[in-house]
Design a protein around this ligand. Structure first.
Ligand code: AMP
Length: 247
């Protein structure tokens, strides 16, 4: 047995192979905690989109849109883009038909203002789960300590052609600095340079960490140890989403 079935057996998660509607899910955690990696896996498991505000903003920057022009300098210094710009961008994305059964938010919300906006948005938002209904938000906080985050972020390399992510410390490409898939020379993301990393971690502590308390007070917070192997983090996230843990 392989794939999601085997994973579900090993992780003690529901063995029902029918698609489970994910509803709205927030992955919370500092840069480098593995939100993107887990979001991609959850997206494949539940057939709902990963909505990464970092990816959408980088796309705007590379296309040179008006939003991209406003966001570029802010992102390059590791600060956060203004709430109103990000919330409008997220609303546009969540209202698309592929979000009808749910979505995995990665990198959003990042401030209490954004979290309040999301609460208001979800008050009137319906999901397709055997009929249209409201589905409560699940928040999964992936926790990783400062030194490990620095090690992960400073070693991160991306393929500019296919987007595959490597880490020179613990997930290196077969050939030095070259993508295994297409041979492109790997790049360091502009905001993964060491001086920017520490700014991003500071922005996280100042503006995003308060969200942990915000969601804890609402009784929605589920904490997962992000230093475990990727499979174990994924199993925990799936059991939170599937095993009736929606509070
Ligand atoms: P990420 O890929 O999630 O680490 O995001 C990269 C950068 O995009 C961040 O350092 C911010 O400058 C910007 N960004 C991403 N998501 C948000 C958000 N929800 N609010 C404000 N800025 C964001």
């Amino acid at each position: 047995m392989s794939g999601p079935e085997a994973k579900m057996k090993s992780g003690g998660v529901a063995t029902n192979s029918k698609l489970v509607a994910a509803g709205p899910v927030v992955l919370l955690g500092p840069p480098g905690a593995g939100k993107g990696t887990q979001a991609k896996r959850l997206m494949a498991r539940y057939v709902v989109p990963q909505v990464s505000t970092g990816d959408i903003l980088r796309d705007h920057v590379s296309r040179g849109t008006q939003l991209g022009e406003k966001a570029r300098a802010v992102m390059e210094r590791g600060s956060l883009v203004e709430d109103s710009l990000v919330c409008d961008m997220v609303a546009e994305r969540l209202n698309r038909p592929d979000c009808l059964r749910g979505f995995i938010l990665d990198g959003f919300p990042r401030t209490v203002g954004q979290a309040q906006w999301l609460d208001r948005y979800l008050q009137t938002r319906l999901f397709e789960t055997n009929g249209l209904r409201r589905v409560p938000l699940v928040v999964i906080s992936i926790q990783v300590g400062y030194n490990e985050l620095m090690r992960r972020l400073a070693g991160r390399r991306c393929c500019p052609t296919c987007g595959r992510i490597y880490n020179i410390n613990f997930q290196p490409p077969r050939e030095d600095e070259r993508c295994d898939v297409d041979g492109s020379r790997l790049e360091v993301r502009r905001d993964d340079r060491e001086e920017v990393i520490s700014e991003r971690l500071k922005a996280y502590e100042r503006q995003t960490l308060p969200l942990v308390e915000y969601y804890r007070a609402q009784g929605r917070l589920h904490e997962v140890d992000g230093t475990q192997p990727m499979e174990a983090v994924m199993d925990e996230a799936m059991s939170i989403i599937e095993n009736g843990n929606r509070l």
